[in-house]
Design a protein around this ligand. Sequence first.
Ligand code: ARG
Length: 557
Amino acid sequence: MKKKIANTLSKETSLSNKEIEDLLEIPPSPELGDLAFPCFSLAKTLKKSPAQIAEELAKKLRIKGTEKIEAKGPYVNFFLDKSQLAKETISVILRQGEKYGYSKVSKENVMIEFSQPNTHKAFHVGHIRGTSLGESLARIMESQGSRVIRANYSGDTGMHIAKWLWCYQKFHSKEKLRDNEEWIASIYVDAIKRLAEKESSQEEVDEINRKLESREDKKLNELWKKTRIASINSWKKIYKELNTKFDVHYFESEVEQPAKNFAKMLLTKKIAEISEGATIVDLKSYNLGVFLLLRKDGTVLYGGKDMFLAERKFKEFNLDKSLYVIGREQDLYIHQVFKTLELIKSPAAGKSFYVPVSEVRLPWGKMSSRTGDNVLYSSFKQELVKLAKSKLEERQKLPPKELESRALKIAVATMKYTMLKQDINKNIIFDKEEATSFEGNTGPYLLYTYARAKSILRKAKYKKANFKIPQLSDEEKQLILSLSKFPEEVKKAHDSLAPNIVATYAYQLAQQFNEFYHKTKILGSENEQFGLTLVDAFSQTLRNSLNLLGIEVLETM
Ligand code: ARG
């Protein structure tokens, strides 16, 4: 509809279609119509007051699909013909099905790097936020035509591994190696505890770290390899539960060597310099401090590896764009990487973007994988599964297997939705009572609303058929208007890399549906077929929204 209006308006004004589309607003209340065009920007060229222009335009315009065009102060208000809109919207949704909201506007090759747990350490609640965000961004970008490469990047070398191996060899060597997230994290936590108790042990750890770097100790290498694989395997189950799959998984260990050469190349190019023995890039004139590439002893730092990796990504996948979904605390750091890419005129320069992930706090404090007062994915999930089960059991008796699988889906929807509905710049304080409630702005509420819509269709033995558009109630008009806006909302979420736009949309849509359903008698009414078709179009659209958030629906709940 926006397009239609823009098309007509552009013939009457000096503005382009695109400019008009951007100017069109949604009025604050229904008495002011469904779309409004502000005339301020025309006042100068036309040398008339905005109100006068609005008045003249409103008189002149005839647009199919509108039932009224009215001037109100400096605005032209458009009232859409709701039955026309209903017919168009519903038929588009039913025709496009799971592709409703999709477009082909973007043809970019985009890599999204996200999740990034480190081996030998916890996969904790913070990782769930990054994983949910990355997966949802990937789906949103794909929905607009991009080809997305999902990348993971894990730290599998360095001091934290040395600590783990030291602790295992010295205190846990009788325990069988397990590819279990909790066990792996517990060894690391134990290492930290023991090192705090006896500081002199750090020398032993340093020795292990040195041997690990030089690869000289065969037994140690073997243990590293095995435990590394155990860690990686422990993530498989997690990613499966979180509906995520990666196309490529990078590891720090494999970029170590080439990163050293890369850093040396930066020295020859005089982008990097030696300062107190270390290889650095001085970015103080850009207000970005000093960026470290190599230590004094020649070992490569985190930054050195990222420089090399940034380019490798572009070469390997011929990227148009590379996104980094990483913690907000790495803000300065990642901008050091981006600036240095610019300085060396890398193919990655200007095409690498940062999507910051803010913290997740549980009411019992900030999480740290060092001290162990972080919450692991598995225990967090178990807690949510337990709560979901008790809510399901209040309603009905289910076979144990069915109960388990439904509860898991609800638990995943709970965590993902809580992580995604929040603006990425804001911290999340996870309140489990609130997040698991079947009412309010929650994952379970959305799943429940979807399942409810599906059960209405099942009960009515609904089949697609022709329908007549009746006199529409206010609730029906609202619902249809919202359904028609879905593609626009997805595009907005895409352009601003903000899945929370889709989340907010899904919640409002569900609320409108519940209001409509509450006020409307569908079964047995003379407009039954229309009512059911509207329920069908709604459930399809809600399902598509949840899919873009990476949340799977339940047909019954
Ligand atoms: N593994 C890193 C960490 O735990 C995050 C990696 C972020 N990605 C990157 N390209 N630096 O902090």
